[in-house]
Write a new protein. Structure first.
Length: 193
């Protein structure tokens, strides 16, 4: 488990705008289906990360052992967690660009990291992905990164993922609802249904 620095801690090893722009075509060249889970992450508490071999996903509870659905940033009108944010998937090519200091900088917390093109053209809203024995559905919520993304990975990384011209590219990854309960393990295939 890597607890990393406090959110206010600065990191001098941030990616530059030029590096990100040069890598854009490479990031978008990732497969849109038939790829494998590279990293699994569970957040047992705020600013805590675990990297298990398996995650259990359920429509009712989200990711087993993850604190997010206990106090979600997006709720339904009745106060329940919005299921559209149950699972986040981050392209590994983006993570490799921005997460340079893995000893002292916290992992972003995305449950699944894979060599995947998460653009709107590759995975439109409503597309379903089978991952292990679970099925998730791409939501309409745009994941543009938060203030923590900027602090951890730099202003250039934040501007790159949140730039209006990049909205269709969904560089920060996708948010998904769980449509079929199941288990996801490292190395499991991700296939669009």
């Amino acid at each position: 488990m890597n607890d990393g620095p406090k959110d206010g801690a600065a990191n001098s090893n941030h990616v530059s705008t030029e590096e990100l722009e040069r890598a854009l075509a490479f990031v978008l060249d990732a497969p849109a289906t038939d790829t494998r889970v590279a990293i699994l992450c569970r957040r047992p508490a705020y600013n805590k990360r675990e990297f298990p071999e398996r995650l259990t996903l359920s429509r009712e509870h989200g990711i087993d052992g993850d604190f997010e659905m206990g106090r979600p940033w997006l709720k339904l009108p009745d106060g329940r967690p919005d299921p559209r944010i149950q699972v986040s998937i981050l392209p590994s090519r983006v993570l490799d660009l921005v997460w340079r200091d893995r000893d002292t900088t916290l992992h972003p917390g995305d449950a699944i990291v894979a060599d995947l093109n998460t653009s709107l053209d590759a995975l439109p809203t409503g597309a379903c992905l089978k991952i292990g024995t679970a099925v998730v559905q791409v939501s309409d919520i745009w994941n543009d990164g938060c203030a923590k993304w900027r602090v951890r990975y730099g202003r250039a990384a934040q501007d790159w993922v949140s730039h209006p011209d990049h909205e269709r590219m969904r560089l920060r990854g996708i948010l998904c609802s769980i449509e079929q309960d199941g288990e996801v393990a490292l190395g499991d295939r991700i296939c669009r249904l």
